[in-house]
Design a protein around this ligand. Structure first.
Ligand SMILES: [Zn+2]
Ligand SMILES: [Zn+2]
Length: 274
């Protein structure tokens, strides 16, 4: 079909929508198909199919679209599932979702395994009741450096107030340039009083969005765009003691470290060398 034919068919109100332009936005530049498991590079915000970009990064460290270096040694830690983009693809190409859903379930059913995506969905929980409190961090606090930047409104909750107390003010307004690490430090100061002899204590906090662990270098802008673009603000984030994986043992640690601090770290967390 030519562009002209498309233009004639797709006239919404007074705005002409060019299907070619839209198609380009929801197409993977690696495989030229519609995006499957849309995955976005944190550095440049270019989006590809998850399997395409993961395969590309086996032998490369650059974005296939703009060539920007994603990360010298751990590029896979700097890409993330882009739920919003995938939702857009499925809205525009409804048959794709059905086909992909069936293809994946068939794949796992043939092997007698549950589809990992079904398990993820079971874990997701709805906890989105906004409360009345609303305020910014006090002047001079970690998150106050960029008060004239673009701002993101957040709700910060504890996953388990017995282990990590709730903030006295759950609603926070921060620079869109702040990273998850900044947020961890803020939480450490507020709820753990950031002891002087343990300034690294913030590393033992994990931050999740709807059950998904968010890497430390993501900016809140990126988290918002990839996780919350189509939802009502504020962005809901949950902090917890470091999420436990039972793949490593915990010997040789000091016994006076709280139990939740002894949990093993995920590969992309703050210790690059383990
Ligand atoms: Zn692809
Ligand atoms: Zn790029």
């Amino acid at each position: 079909m030519s562009d002209d034919e498309n233009d004639d068919k797709l006239t919404a109100g007074e705005n002409k929508i060019n299907i070619c332009q839209i198609n380009e936005m929801i197409t993977c530049k690696i495989c030229s198909g519609y995006l499957v498991d849309a995955t976005t590079v944190t550095e440049c915000l270019h989006t590809f199919c998850k399997s395409c970009i993961v395969k590309h990064l086996e032998d490369n460290i650059n974005c296939p679209e703009c060539e920007v270096m994603i990360h010298q040694s751990h590029p896979l830690d700097y890409i993330a599932f882009d739920r919003t983009m995938q939702d857009i693809v499925y809205k525009l190409v409804p048959s794709l979702e059905k086909d992909e859903y069936k293809r994946e379930r068939d794949f796992y059913a043939e092997r007698g395994m549950p589809c990992p995506k079904d398990l993820e969905e079971e874990q997701e929980e709805e906890d989105t009741k906004p409360e009345e409190e609303e305020t910014a961090p006090e002047p001079g606090s970690t998150l106050d450096y960029h008060r004239f930047d673009e701002q993101v409104n957040l709700v910060l909750k504890s996953s388990d107030p017995e282990k990590l107390p709730e903030l006295s003010r759950k609603f926070v307004r921060v620079s869109a340039l702040a990273t998850i690490t900044h947020l961890k430090k803020f939480i450490a100061i507020k709820v753990l009083n950031m002891p002087k002899d343990d300034e690294d204590i913030f590393r033992d906090i994990d931050i999740t969005c709807e059950g998904e662990l968010i890497p430390k270098d993501h900016t809140l802008k990126f988290v918002y765009v990839t996780r919350w673009r189509t939802k009502d603000p504020p962005l809901h984030l949950v902090y917890s003691p470091k999420i436990k994986l039972d793949t490593e043992n915990m010997s040789g640690k000091d016994s006076d470290i709280p139990e939740w601090k002894l949990q093993p770290k995920l590969s992309y967390d703050d210790d690059e060398d383990n």
